[in-house]
Design a protein around this ligand. Structure first.
Ligand code: MGD
Ligand code: MGD
Ligand code: SF4
Ligand code: MO
Length: 648
């Protein structure tokens, strides 16, 4: 029996980008562990990836193209599948122009080589793409507006913090490698405050947990600002490096801190605790993703940026308002040049496809995404796909989205990946390498578009425009191209294949000179109240579709649950017992769930897993309206109101 261990890097949509140690027996993956030498991974993995061998070896994996024949998806050869796709794409482009084709790419793998797929669609089109970002659009827009730049302090700079605000961050589940660092910071005396409407596992690390009203963070932040102004916690030179300082002060001090606290449904002592934490510099604000996914989400993140600025926590070790690490920053994707002819806001994708005119969207190509499960208003996304002439889905399994496809193309998995990765929760970059050989008949996304380019070129026959020439090259060739900027600094493929390396361009502390790449060179302070989401009479609970240990978005660690569990305070359970079978209903739809009581939660929240399976009736997005955030075209997933009704 041949047993070997191989190192690779996790390509999942996760802040951590772990180093993985795979154990392979006779070409079969038997276990995955964490790289002990990766400074962030520290030798352990999350639950979902530790359990990945069952997914990798699952009999449900697709290993041959599937084509819709007589209404059913049936096995086909690559020649047949790509031949049909090439014929239809060329006909659609000729009749309606490339804008009639939509390329939708999401986060199934965050590998940088996926940008070669984007390149293919630029060359064939450019075609229609998505705009905004369901995941982080609101927060991205906030930080770009306020600071003119979106980056974070070094991961380990947290150890310099005296106080740490974990603001809407479910880190024990979604950013697990931050947990040991926080524990270390606590051992050296840092105090931790957690602000979240949900009492989640990380609360055990916090010195104070503030269960803010869902979406009440803007009010809370203004209360904190009011207190900082009152108590001299605002640094004297703040006006010098912040624009709209007077308007911000007027907004924050228009109400006493106690009024803001009431609006946020927290105690005034909570406001005081945050104000003191900020004033006792350095204080690091760690911004999570949840509260940005609201109709006032960008304003909330802007309010946190403002708190960091006025309290003098920008530009100092242990401070900063850290949201995102530039995971693509070190890589050279300058081959992407063209502007798309049209973009559909990602949160509104279903309705956007249905409404598109001049030209209509006739074909959709999906790379590394499961939009039917994961975009809001799943039913509309499903209908939008079901009514297209051509839908091609490249995936490893038949998902909710693949079930609506004309053609499904089988692709490589997490442990067959051959790519470059950056992390969005630390500054390390790495290279994935195939630790097992993909099953015969499976192609990487790169190989898929290369094969399609050949089919297209064979049909167009125009020498000077041969797409296949432009996208050709092995994964290694493309890695080299993407590393062009960092290779002279010693960050080469060979080095990355041995160990992850810190992004050589990343600074430890941002804005040390208090200069900001905004138009004025100063921080832009938010200074207007954002609108509140509309009330929905009869729906008294806020739906939280939060990450769970057991899934990566719609990709469940085997076995996938038969039914979702919904958690709420016993007093919010509408008389239903713990363990009862009930329906969670919104204005848009309902799902059957197993109810779980949790007396430690607020009485106005209902928690379900973020991932789902729409066709099995297990999907939060069947309930969630498709609405955008106040900026950045994020999805307002968290502004969903629900109630509990009998299961029927
Ligand atoms: N296990 C697991 N890990 C994952 C993922 C997964 O599906 N499963 N997904 C990955 C992805 S795609 C991403 S983007 C990242 C981020 O992962 P996400 O889970 O998307 O984001 P978090 O910021 O960790 O968690 C959201 C937090 O925001 C809180 N929240 C919601 N509304 C409000 C509010 O109004 N105010 C405040 N203060 N808090 C609020 C929620 O209660 C929750 O604790 O993690 C990745 N990690
Ligand atoms: N209700 C609710 N919905 C949410 C969220 C929420 O908090 N609440 N969070 C949102 C967030 S933060 C995100 S990022 C999105 C995530 O949404 P998606 O990115 O659509 O999430 P996944 O379910 O991970 O789907 C990715 C698909 O890619 C496939 N895949 C894996 N590797 C590869 C590969 O190398 N190539 C190809 N072609 N396919 C591959 C997987 O099998 C999977 O089917 O979901 C969003 N949806
Ligand atoms: S999903 Fe995240 S925490 Fe889990 S192994 Fe991958 S990078 Fe690490
Ligand atoms: Mo995400």
């Amino acid at each position: 029996m041949a047993i070997e261990t191989v190192r690779t890097v996790c390509n999942r949509d996760c802040p951590d980008a772990c180093g993985l140690i795979a154990t392979v027996e006779d070409g079969r993956l038997v276990s995955l562990g964490g790289d002990p030498d990766h400074p962030v991974t520290k030798g352990f993995l999350c639950q979902r990836t530790s359990q990945y061998p069952a997914t990798q070896n699952s009999p449900d994996r697709i290993t041959t193209p599937l084509m819709r024949k007589n209404g059913r998806l049936s096995p086909a050869s690559w020649d047949e599948a790509l031949g049909l796709v090439a014929d239809r794409l060329l006909a659609i482009r000729k009749e309606s122009g490339p804008a009639a084709i939509l390329h939708y790419r999401s986060g199934g793998s965050l590998g940088l080589l996926k940008s070669v797929v984007d390149y293919f669609w630029e060359l064939f089109g450019p075609v229609t793409v998505k705009s905004g970002d369901i995941c982080s659009g609101a927060g991205d827009a906030a930080q770009m507006t306020d600071f003119g730049e979106e980056e974070s302090h070094d991961f380990f700079d947290l150890l310099n913090a005296r106080n740490i605000l974990l603001w809407g961050k479910n880190l024990a589940v979604s950013n697990v490698h931050l947990m040991p660092l926080l524990q270390q910071a606590k051992r050296s005396g840092a105090r931790v405050i957690l602000v979240d409407p949900i009492r989640h596992k990380a609360a055990k690390l916090a010195d104070r947990t503030i269960l803010v009203r869902p979406g009440g963070d803007f009010d809370l932040a203004m209360g904190v600002a009011a207190r900082l102004f009152e108590t001299g916690g605002v640094v004297p030179d703040a006006e010098g490096f912040c624009d709209d300082f007077a308007a911000f002060r007027a907004l924050a001090t228009a109400r006493p801190a106690a009024d803001w606290a009431k609006a946020a449904d927290v105690g005034v002592e909570d406001v005081d605790a945050i104000a003191s934490a900020l004033a006792e510099r350095p204080c690091s604000i760690q911004v999570g993703w949840g509260m940005g996914r609201r109709m006032n989400g960008s304003a909330i993140v802007r309010a946190l940026d403002a708190l960091g600025a006025i309290s003098g926590n920008l530009g100092i070790p242990g401070g900063g308002v850290s949201f995102y690490y530039k995971r693509r920053g070190p890589f050279d994707t300058s081959f992407l040049k063209k502007t798309p002819p049209r973009a559909i806001p990602e949160p509104l994708l279903g309705a956007g496809i249905l409404a598109a005119e001049d030209p209509p969207i006739r074909a959709v190509w999906v790379t590394a995404g499961n939009p039917v499960s994961m975009l809001p208003d799943s039913a509309t996304v499903a209908r939008a796909l079901e009514t297209r002439e051509l839908v091609v889905v490249v995936d490893t399994f038949v998902t909710d989205t693949a079930r609506r496809a004309t053609v499904v193309l089988p692709t490589t998995s997490l442990v067959e990946d051959d790519d470059l990765l950056g992390a969005y929760g630390n500054h390390f970059i790495g290279a994935s390498v195939p630790v097992v050989r993909p099953p015969a008949g499976v192609k990487s996304d790169l190989e898929v578009i290369q094969a399609l380019a050949e089919e297209i070129d064979a049909r167009t026959g125009r020498e000077e425009e041969k797409i296949s020439m432009k996208v050709r090259g092995s994964a290694r060739d493309w890695k080299e191209r993407l590393l062009a900027r960092v290779a002279p600094l010693g960050v080469t493929i060979d080095r990355l294949e041995r160990s992850s390396v810190r992004n050589p361009f990343a600074e430890n502390v941002l804005f040390g000179d208090r200069k900001f790449p905004t138009a004025s060179g100063k921080v832009n302070l938010v200074h207007e109240m954002p609108p509140s989401p509309p009330e929905e009479a009869g729906f008294s609970l806020w739906l939280f579709s939060n990450s769970t240990e057991k899934s990566q978005s719609s990709q469940w660690a085997a076995p996938e649950p038969e039914m979702l569990t919904a958690t709420c305070h016993p007093a919010a359970a509408n008389g239903f017992a713990d363990g009862a079978l009930v329906r969670v209903e919104s204005a848009l739809g309902s799902i059957r769930v197993r109810l779980k009581h949790d007396a430690s939660q607020r009485r106005d929240v209902m928690i379900v897993p973020k991932g789902g399976n729409f066709d099995r009736g297990n999907c939060a997005n069947a309930l969630i309206k498709a609405r955008t955030t106040d900026a950045g075209e994020g999805a307002a997933y968290q502004d969903c109101r629900v109630r509990l009704v009998p299961a029927t």
